[in-house]
Design a protein around this ligand. Structure first.
Ligand SMILES: *[C@@H]1O[C@H](CO)[C@@H](O)[C@H](O)[C@H]1NC(C)=O
Ligand SMILES: *[C@@H]1O[C@H](CO)[C@@H](O)[C@H](O)[C@H]1NC(C)=O
Ligand SMILES: *[C@@H]1O[C@H](CO)[C@@H](O)[C@H](O)[C@H]1NC(C)=O
Ligand SMILES: *[C@@H]1O[C@H](CO)[C@@H](O)[C@H](O)[C@H]1NC(C)=O
Ligand SMILES: *[C@@H]1O[C@H](CO)[C@@H](O)[C@H](O)[C@H]1NC(C)=O
Ligand SMILES: [Zn+2]
Length: 561
């Protein structure tokens, strides 16, 4: 690809593929620094319109923006479907209709709350990563791919979680990935690059200028709380944060299904609660053993009950971030069978939120959107030279009992060296019994057998065998730039009127920049992001020298998810 082709006028000449090019790292880093300055200015101006945008020029709904009492007690629930584009919704909806024999008009719960769409680009690329995507929601500003709660110049930016906590709200994070992963991290920590997960864990527990800002944590990710000597641990230092947090008497801790169950659906929670239910990610819903790991909906129920109980007699309610984190992973893996189940698990969690809102007498608003699409998923695929058929096969996804990731690990761990035995294992056990595929070709079996010792490759091979039969297409193992949907619901008439305004920086109906979602949450509350930004400038946020990773290496790491 020529340089000129990579240069986009939209990005002021910045190379779009800068973080992938290994050749001219220095040049790229310089151009990155230069652009940081330009983009800081741009981001600044993006933020300004909130104060002078009341004149309704852009074809939004008519009349003055509805007045919302910012100081009135409310609950704000931010929900993120990581990596879910419109095609994921369509696939999951059709899959469920097929599986459960439902009518054409039987839609997902989310479908009933669609109000708009979000443009997702970051300050450094038209294709965002989750870090910049979540920072757009949390700080209401555009930053670079890899940025966790920091501005384009990598200085910390106040987040909506922190701002609301400082106003007396209780706060929570509920995810299915590592709690130190990009989305939850961007609300609760400040680091230059998403790969600094050791430092993210420290910030999340309160080791930074503001002290502890999070009251409830539920998700995976013990890894960056345990030292690498401890089973499942991966901290570079010797600290055991889980032990420290308990010994300090600051956090109550749950680390397995049995102690999660003792939370009694949220009625027996002592805040602050640190719930880390897996070393890394909680398994895909399609693979999940419910005796070992709770569903996202169960986690959400605990969080909603605990936070609403704890704020019953307070002046302020709570802020809760909920993420369907692994829709994104299924996209990266190009795994349609896992993804439709992830979307359905999220939809069940969303239904819990709707139920909560309907039953709550506190003004509560939930906004659900994605940071970006992952996989370039399409529910159609040309599988032969001939004119393509207009169809795709949800039954193929229903026939598969596990994720490609799970099956790749199963083959890898079986460590069968005898070729004949391996062939039989792959055909009978994996393809037929687990994936429900009987008409595999010898070439397909060969590509599985050949990759048996390489689970990373294996999972792509298996997922492609399945996707091909389902006639589901993928264009990338990374992210795409398509607009993503915004869903929202509230029990407050005024909030509802504001939410449904199309006006930029007023409502979220119609098409919006992702940063407007953060700005919306700020505008309905007494949160002051700029003030928080001033308070956290002394936060340690850059990688330590001794880590000896260059900025480019961090970036290379960062674009992965
Ligand atoms: C979907 O899969 C389930 C579980 O294997 C099976 O019981 C059910 O019959 C399948 N549904 C359809 C419509 O084929
Ligand atoms: C525990 O307390 C010590 C001493 O006050 C403090 O330095 C440390 O950050 C605390 N650790 C955690 C995980 O809260
Ligand atoms: C509540 O939690 C405590 C531990 O914090 C546990 O000992 C107790 O059994 C729990 N109660 C219920 C009803 O699960
Ligand atoms: C396997 O069977 C399915 C339908 O049962 C069909 O759509 C597909 O084309 C077949 N694939 C091969 C490689 O024969
Ligand atoms: C692994 O799978 C790929 C993709 O199907 C195939 O091209 C390759 O030959 C297989 N074997 C190895 C050892 O990579
Ligand atoms: Zn993401």
């Amino acid at each position: 690809m020529s340089r000129s082709k990579e240069n986009s006028p939209l990005l002021g000449g910045e190379s779009l593929s800068c973080y992938n090019s290994k050749k001219d790292k220095k040049k790229v880093y310089l151009s990155y620094l230069l652009n940081v300055v330009t983009l800081s200015l741009l981001a600044y101006f993006f933020l300004i319109p909130s104060s002078h945008n009341h004149d309704n020029k852009n074809g939004g709904s008519s009349g003055a923006p509805p007045h919302v009492d910012q100081s009135k007690k409310k609950n704000i629930i931010m929900m993120v479907t990581d990596g879910m584009g419109p095609a994921s919704m369509s696939a999951a909806r059709s899959f469920r209709q097929f599986r459960d024999g439902l009518a054409i008009n039987d839609v997902l719960t989310l479908d009933k709350y669609l109000i708009g769409s979000s443009r997702t680009r970051s300050s450094s690329s038209l294709v965002t990563d989750s870090a910049a995507g979540a920072t757009a929601f949390s700080c209401a500003l555009k930053s670079y791919n890899g940025a966790i709660g920091v501005r384009p110049d990598s200085s910390p930016c106040g987040t909506i979680l922190e701002a609301l906590k400082l106003q007396g709200y209780l706060t929570g994070l509920v995810v299915t990935t590592r709690i130190t992963d990009a989305t939850p991290a961007a609300f609760s920590s400040h680091v230059d690059f998403r790969s600094q997960e050791d430092m993210i864990a420290q910030h999340q527990l309160g080791e930074y200028p503001l002290g502890r800002m999070v009251d409830l944590i539920l998700g995976g990710g013990r890894c960056h709380f345990y030292p690498s000597g401890v089973a499942g641990g991966c901290r570079a230092d010797k600290r055991n944060l889980i032990e420290e947090a308990q010994r300090n008497g600051t956090w109550s801790y749950v680390g397995d299904r049995a102690s999660f169950d003792q939370l009694d659906g949220g009625h027996n929670v002592s805040l602050p609660l640190l719930g880390l239910l897996a070393d890394t990610d909680i398994p895909y819903d399609i693979d999940r053993d419910s005796t070992e790991h709770p569903s996202l909906a169960e986690q959400v129920k605990v969080a909603l009950t605990a936070l609403s109980k704890a704020t019953e007699n307070s002046e302020q309610g709570f802020f809760l971030l909920i993420e369907g984190s692994r829709i994104d992973h299924a996209g990266h893996h190009n795994d349609p069978a896992a993804q439709v189940r992830e979307v359905l698990a999220y939809d069940a969690a969303f239904a819990e939120v709707i139920k909560f809102i309907d039953e709550s007498d506190v003004d509560t608003v939930a906004i659900s959107t994605s940071d970006h699409e992952t996989g370039g998923l399409v529910t159609a695929r040309q599988v032969s030279e001939e004119y393509p058929d207009y169809l795709w096969y949800p039954e193929v996804l229903n026939n598969s009992k596990h994720s490609g990731d799970f099956l790749a690990q199963k083959i890898y761990k079986a460590k069968i060296s005898d070729e004949k035995k391996l062939h039989k294992f792959v055909t009978k056990e994996i393809l037929e019994a687990d994936m429900g595929i009987t008409n595999y070709t010898e070439d397909e079996v060969k590509s599985v057998v050949e990759n048996a010792s390489n689970p990373a490759k294996l999972l792509y091979v298996l997922n492609n065998i399945l996707s091909l039969r389902a006639q589901i297409g993928w264009t990338t193992h990374g992210h795409s730039a398509v607009d993503v949907n915004i869903y929202a619901y509230t029990n407050s008439e005024r909030l509802n009127a504001k939410l449904h305004s199309k006006e930029p920086y007023v409502g979220l109906a119609g098409n919006h920049e992702n940063i407007e979602i953060g700005a919306f949450m700020e505008s309905i509350s007494t949160a002051d992001l700029h003030k928080v930004t001033e308070l956290i400038q002394d936060t340690e946020h850059s990688p330590k020298k001794k880590d000896s990773l260059t900025a480019d290496e961090f970036h290379a790491n960062a674009v992965q998810y």
